[in-house]
Design a protein around this ligand. Structure first.
Ligand code: HSE
Length: 304
């Protein structure tokens, strides 16, 4: 077992739910956070952060990246080494783009690497899901691509979801935050049989739509009854941005993860129009945003 003393891990942003796939599907996007860990001979913890909104990141032991790092050492029954962590932020915080998942996955992968890789990728994934509480961000952040996670009798089944190359994700990231806990608090704890059937049907249609780029299927498939109807009120301008995206040719628009970022899926031929329309709609609603198309990341977390 050869031990290294420095490791850099790059972890992609993710968009979870994709409409009807609440808490079970997510896709990795080509937008990254980078975390460099350097073991120190002595001392405790040094955290340095750069990039957008760096001042909002905790730099003490409550930092989520560090907590994940410690978690792995606890799991293998070892004491974590004193460490300096340099964080380069590319993923905005609390926007529904899986910034917490990048921290959890980054901390676990870095610790596993520094400890000589005692855990398999599957074990790291299970620890990540346990820390996050749901699999739809951490699984694609670790593995890349679009992934469906379902519990099995013994753990998790992870399924690679085919994503047609002409389907482009467009993210509209507003300049306000929405915490996942707040966005989960507004959800009912029970749903009707009609809503459960609605989502089962639409989620099946979504998977076929993503594989085929079949326009009618995708237009219908992005509807949801489990979370979006309850969360839309937390995102000012939601209806206007959705209408603008669809008028510009998008198949539909959904909330990215718990929001407030909005995600449109479009055929590549309409990308420019959809980006422009979503940006203008939010501007007219008085909200500053960054709107861009992002390709799917297929690598997941990478040790540089
Ligand atoms: N599936 C989660 C939610 C993603 O929608 O609350 C956010 O982490």
């Amino acid at each position: 077992m050869s031990l290294v003393s420095t490791v850099t891990v790059k972890v992609p942003a993710t968009t979870a739910n994709l409409g009807p796939g609440f808490d079970c599907i997510g896709a990795a996007l080509k937008l990254y956070n980078e975390f460099k860990f350097t073991c120190l001979d002595s001392g405790g913890l040094i955290i340095q952060v750069s990039g957008a909104e760096a001042e909002k990141v905790q730099t003490d032991e409550s930092n989520l990246l560090y907590q994940a790092f410690v978690k792995l050492y606890q799991y293998i029954d070892q004491t974590p080494p004193p460490v300096k962590i340099e964080i380069k932020l590319g993923v905005r915080l609390a926007r529904g783009l899986g910034s917490s998942a990048t921290a959890i996955v980054g901390g676990l992968v870095a610790a596993n690497q520094l400890a000589g890789s005692p855990l398999s990728e599957l074990q790291v994934m299970e620890l990540a899901i346990a820390m996050e509480g749901h699999p739809d961000n951490v699984v694609p952040a670790l593995l890349g691509g679009c992934r469906l996670a379902a519990t099995s009798q013994t753990g998790w089944e992870i399924c690679d979801i085919t994503w047609h190359r002409h389907i482009v994700p467009v993210v509209a990231i507003p300049d306000f935050e929405l915490s996942t806990s707040e966005a989960r608090r507004v959800l009912p704890t029970e749903v009707s049989r009609a809503d459960a059937i609605f989502n089962t049907a639409h989620f099946g249609l979504l998977l076929r739509g993503l594989a085929t780029n079949q326009e009618d299927w995708l237009k219908a498939a992005l509807q949801d009854k489990l979370h979006q109807p309850y969360r839309q009120a937390l995102i000012p301008g939601y209806d206007d941005v959705a209408a603008a995206a669809v008028a510009a040719g998008a198949y539909g628009m959904v909330i990215s993860g718990a929001g407030p970022t909005l995600l449109a899926l479009t055929d590549a031929t309409h990308t420019y129009g959809v980006v422009t329309a979503m940006s203008n709609a939010w501007k007219q609603a008085g909200i500053k945003s960054t709107v861009r198309s992002l390709a799917l990341d297929t690598q997941g977390a990478t040790v540089l």
